[in-house]
Write a new protein. Sequence first.
Length: 177
Amino acid sequence: MKGLTKYFLAPALLLLSGCSETVNIPAVTGFDAGRYMGTWYEIARLPNRFEKGMTEVSAEYSLRPDGGIKVVNSGMKDGEKRSVTGVAYPAGRKGEGLLKVSFFRPFYGAYRIIKLSPDYRYSVVTGSGMSYLWILARDRELPRRELEEIMAFLRAHRFAVKDLLWSWRPAETSASE
């Protein structure tokens, strides 16, 4: 486990990063944490130093008895599987897709779900700034239609989609260009 936390500190560092930009996009409403549990595959992300060189990234969410969420992030780096475990708690109003996440307590970072498909097949997550962005899905690839919908949403909100790194290959990458 030595050195693993530096690859997965994204949520913990989001609040500490000092980003001058704030996300104007509200977190989704009607969020059901129970439906969000399970495995999510990172389809794409904006580059960040703690996931540098990581591929095949996924997150496993499960409910904790204290009302929190256990988070296990894992991925491949240098041919080796790495993982780190953290905890998340609701941070917004009831039903709002806003969590606070920590992999290095007592420090927490924002986990803001800004787009979520009605069937919980994909999710778009950012922190408190525009520097962090993840496209997550229940499967390792997204159909072209869904990917185009996500990309249009991100462009409309001025995210740097040209800088996205693809962890799992999308079914058709032309929607990302």
